[in-house]
Design a protein. Sequence first.
Length: 87
Amino acid sequence: MLGLGIIGWIIIGGLAGWIGSKIMGTDEQQGIVLNIVVGVVGGLLGGFLLSIFGVDVESAGWFFSFFTCLLGAVILLWIVNAVRSRT
């Protein structure tokens, strides 16, 4: 995923963060910048988790990178919602 460049990270991260927030029902709470941040951090989280299971995420391309970001974004939003509901 490092080969995507900064523009690729922003585009894929933004889309994945936005769709992830729709899936988790948090879209009303966040704007475009937070969607991008959630998507990019979700991509890092998803890439880390998939690499633990032996999945080659670096040479998979745009499509798989998007799903990696989406998976990570949903997991990240789930964790944030769990922490918020405890307080």
